[in-house]
Design a protein around this ligand. Structure first.
Ligand code: FAE
Length: 518
């Protein structure tokens, strides 16, 4: 920690009002986005005595709807489910060949299916970011793979200090293997394990932030069901430890962080007297801008997620608000190699009508075939005889964001065909399993006669890559006091699900930034 001359640090420790941020405010630190990167940043700054404004375009997700629940169910999506859409855009668009999307009222819902030319990028919207919608799979990469993930970061520091810190703060835990062997809701995963092992692939349990004791009680029917009621994608009402249950209460306890939900940062540019002028649009729940606020911040942290941060930086560079950002901004974006697929099982391998929406295991063929496949649920409530997988692959393709002056929007040049290396890597697992089991791929989940879910990613990474667009701690090149501190720092792939790495890297970077820049 630096000495007493702490620019922008508030005197005293008067707890701050709940917010939102007011027009004309002058603040020491403004954080854009409240996902993993944003909440780590807000917490650690506040604990170091810095007053923080945390600005989030999505809702707070702290108030129940008319059904008494905060979050909607996957089986009955409603206005809460999607960000400003009039029709759902479900990752699995079809079932038994039939389209399953439906009309919904336009609302600032929780899951954004953001469409670019060749890919749909799913992201969480709200205080908690992706932690609100994700599966909670909390995976630390194998150490032997770390050099390829973040080549300029000291692996010893990460594995000795920051990964453990992130895992502890996120509340990561592992399923009880003995319980797994008998739980009805994991029959689908046991089928996945059996078939993987019969084909010679290692099946590994995957840690998750779900409360595993609560999961046991759900199976025993002694508590309201959440994972066992098919809750995922649109939020989870009970057992999942999203950031709302981990970092956020600690943030609130500091009394130093003002949170402004339904506030979207539109512009950041140097202020004449030092620091940055930040233009913020307040939204109503149909997405209209109701108020535009202009504030001044001594330091600004971009934690709007890989896509959100990249889009802002690319636009601000191209439109002259931040012209000195370097040419690496917007580059090295990847999809973490995501591809989805379903397999049709033999009649003697039912996967069960009750499936926990929280995956607990995967098939590791990373070293030999470049794929790590989560055994994922299909929580339809009926027996499907299907096994479903989300694979993370070593797909080497990288895309770039660029400013489109004609549309005044940021484009991403990813092509759907660029998924092919990822599909080939996933096939290194599933072609073999199909041959061994005498089974075939499902063709009814992504359209009519379409095998591969190659149109989407859940894991956007890159666009403001560490030690390229920034220095080795996320300080953006060209400007003092501007930082990127989220998934945009990671060049396209983490070999496993990304949020533990995003959290650990943010913990590492903010520690250095607090020690040297405040
Ligand atoms: P993120 O969590 O996306 O937070 C960014 C926040 O910034 C969001 O709340 C935005 O609304 C907000 N924002 C964006 N633009 C603005 C703006 N201009 N002004 C104000 N606010 C803004 O970023 N990862 C895993 O490791 N395990 C899983 O099991 C897993 N499952 C997933 C399932 C789904 C369906 C999805 C969509 C993702 C999943 N992920 C999973 C990915 C994970 O949630 C994601 O990598 C992290 O949430 C990214 O963290 P960031 O802090 O980068």
């Amino acid at each position: 920690m630096a000495g007493a001359a702490l620019a922008g640090r508030a005197a005293g420790a008067t707890p701050r009002a709940a917010g939102p941020i007011s027009d004309g405010a002058r603040v020491p630190a403004l954080v854009i986005g409240s996902g993993y990167g944003g909440q780590v940043t807000a917490l650690r700054l506040a604990q170091a005595g810095v007053d923080v404004q945390l600005v989030e375009m999505g809702m707070a997700w702290d108030t129940p709807g008319s059904d008494g629940k905060i979050f909607a169910n996957t089986t009955t999506p409603d206005q809460r489910s999607f960000w400003l859409r009039t029709r759902t855009k479900q990752p699995l668009s079809n079932f038994l060949g039939f389209p399953i999307d439906k009309d919904i009222p336009k609302y600032t819902g929780i899951l954004d299916a953001e469409e670019f030319g060749g890919i749909i990028v799913y992201q969480g919207r709200g205080v908690g970011g992706g932690s609100l919608v994700n599966g909670g799979m909390a995976v630390t990469p194998k150490r032997e793979n770390f050099g390829a993930i973040l080549p300029t970061v000291d692996a010893n520091e990460m594995y000795n200090t920051y990964y453990p810190r992130a895992n502890a703060a996120l509340g990561v835990g592992l399923i009880d293997p003995a319980w797994f062997d008998s739980a009805e809701c994991y029959q689908y995963a046991r089928v996945g394990r059996k078939q993987a092992q019969r084909s010679g692939f290692p099946f590994v349990f995957v840690p998750d932030v779900y409360d595993w004791n609560y999961m046991k009680q759900e199976q025993a029917n002694t508590v309201p069901r959440s994972a066992l009621a098919g809750e995922i994608l649109y939020g989870n009402n009970y057992g999942k430890k999203s950031l709302q249950k981990t970092y956020l209460p600690q943030i609130q306890a500091t009394g130093r962080v003002t949170i402004s939900p339904l506030h979207r940062v539109a512009k950041v540019t140097p202020a004449s007297g030092g620091g940055y002028t930040v233009t913020i649009e307040q939204l109503n729940t149909t997405g209209d801008v109701t108020v535009t606020k202009v504030v001044t911040a001594a330091k600004v942290f971009f934690a709007a997620g890989s896509v959100g941060t990249s889009k802002l930086l690319v636009k601000l560079k191209a439109t002259g608000a931040l012209p000195n950002l370097n040419g690496e901004v917007g580059k090295n974006w990847g999809d973490n190699g995501n591809v989805m697929v379903g397999r049709a099982n033999q009649i003697w391998d039912p996967t069960g009508s009750l499936q926990s929406s929280i995956p607990c295991g995967g098939i590791d063929n990373w070293a030999a075939g470049g794929a790590f496949a989560e055994v994922a649920p299909l929580p339809t409530g009926i027996e499907t005889w299907a096994s479903f997988y989300l694979s993370i692959t070593k797909n080497p393709n990288r895309a770039q964001f660029s400013w489109n002056a004609a549309t005044q929007e940021v484009d991403l040049n990813w092509q759907t065909a660029w998924k092919q290396p990822g599909i080939d890597m996933a096939k290194s697992i599933f072609d073999k399993i199909n041959a061994k089991e005498g089974t075939i791929y499902r063709t009814d989940l992504f359209g009519i006669y379409k095998i591969w879910g190659d149109h989407l990613t859940y894991h956007p990474l890159g666009g403001a890559v560490l030690n390229k667009a920034t220095d080795n701690y996320g300080r953006l090149a060209g400007y003092q006091g501007l930082y990127a501190i989220d998934g945009s720092l990671i060049p396209g792939n983490t070999s496993v699900n990304p949020f533990v790495t995003i959290t650990a890297l943010a913990e590492r970077n903010i520690e250095k930034i607090i020690a040297t820049d405040f």
